[in-house]
Design a protein around this ligand. Structure first.
Ligand code: FMN
Length: 303
């Protein structure tokens, strides 16, 4: 059973992400797990600079911030539950910054085993269905990249802070998710309607009579039935987030880009010279003290 950690991807105190993580953790606790929670916005995480030292040379990231703490904390969890809002159709910024830096785990992909993937759960919050955008499958992808397999994801539509608590069906689904993560259940990989069986994506790239999930690469055949399109996933799922798939991507593509670049580095430098000779007026923001400086309610300390 072990430790289940809830990640809150919203900085809004007592927002939907927070209250639903609390519900999921309460249910996990009732199932016998010990629980803890971490607010993503409490972390100080700098942007990835793309230096590639982690992936190319298996070196520790040179950026000294909370990312190593985050990865070490998460690695102690036996299960992970992420709840986060949709901001402008997508993953909120602080969570995306953390996601980008998960490349730091790439040296581990060399030895990662599918049997070691731990259970995860996703609660994807948005204001209204037509504006749900693409966040839900990215939240699932985040868990896969961290080494957790989402047993399921719950879509929540609820704009006001914590108002999802009034929806008994949602609370029930979230509590069930928490219980399943605590019990260490496995994902079924059964598609529900026209959603990707790997990452629950409901947006697809179309090519001929085929639809491809842009997040995990799983392909489906488009079948017309009684005037409606149905996605037939019986051809199998993509190996993108499997241990073998990640290893292949790391070794056959990411690391190869380094080798390829070394061969053309001089040419790039020569072409760059013409640009270096042109003065650029870099527009800089004004120097000021950083920080939000908002009210107690907006400071993440809770109301
Ligand atoms: C900056 C911002 C952008 C938002 N963008 C979207 C959006 O694109 N689609 C949507 O459905 N809701 C959007 N919302 C609504 C939130 O997803 C919704 O209020 C959610 O409950 C917030 O989760 P929280 O309570 O955990 O903070 C946005 C909210 C904010 C503050």
């Amino acid at each position: 059973m072990g430790l289940i950690i809830g990640l809150v991807g919203s900085a809004r105190p007592w927002g939907n992400s927070e209250v639903l993580v609390r519900e999921a953790l309460a249910s996990a606790q009732e199932a016998g797990a010990s629980v803890a929670a971490l607010r993503i916005s409490d972390l100080h995480v700098e942007p990835c600079t793309g230096c590639m030292r982690c992936a190319f040379r298996s070196e520790e990231c040179p950026i000294k911030d909370d990312m190593r703490f985050f990865l070490d904390t998460v690695s102690q969890a036996d299960g992970l539950i992420l709840a986060a809002p949709t901001y402008f159709l997508n993953v909120p910024g602080p969570l995306k910054s953390v996601f980008d830096r998960v490349l730091m785990l790439s040296p581990k992909w060399d030895v990662r085993k599918d049997e070691d993937l731990k259970p995860g759960g996703v609660i994807a919050v948005a204001g209204l269905p037509p504006w749900r955008g693409v966040s839900r499958p990215f939240f699932n992808a985040f868990l896969y990249a961290l080494g957790f397999m989402p047993v399921g994801s719950v879509a929540v539509f609820s704009p006001g802070p914590g108002e999802s608590l009034l929806d008994d069906e949602i609370v029930g689904k979230v509590r069930e998710l928490g219980r399943r993560v605590a019990l260490g259940e496995k994902r079924s990989f059964m598609p529900e309607g026209n959603t990707c069986p790997v990452c629950d994506s409901d947006f697809f790239r179309l090519e001929g009579l085929e639809a491809e999930c842009p997040i995990c690469g799983t392909k489906a055949r488009i079948v017309m039935e009684e005037g409606r399109a149905r996605l037939d996933f019986s051809g199998g799922i993509s190996d993108r987030w499997t241990s073998e798939g990640l290893r292949k991507h790391l070794n056959e593509w990411i690391r190869e880009t380094g080798v390829r670049f070394m061969a053309i580095r001089q040419q790039v430098k020569e072409r760059r010279r013409a640009l270096e000779g042109r003065e650029i007026n870099w527009i800089k923001p004004p120097e000021r003290e950083r920080g939000y400086g908002g009210s107690e309610e907006g400071s993440g300390k809770g109301a």
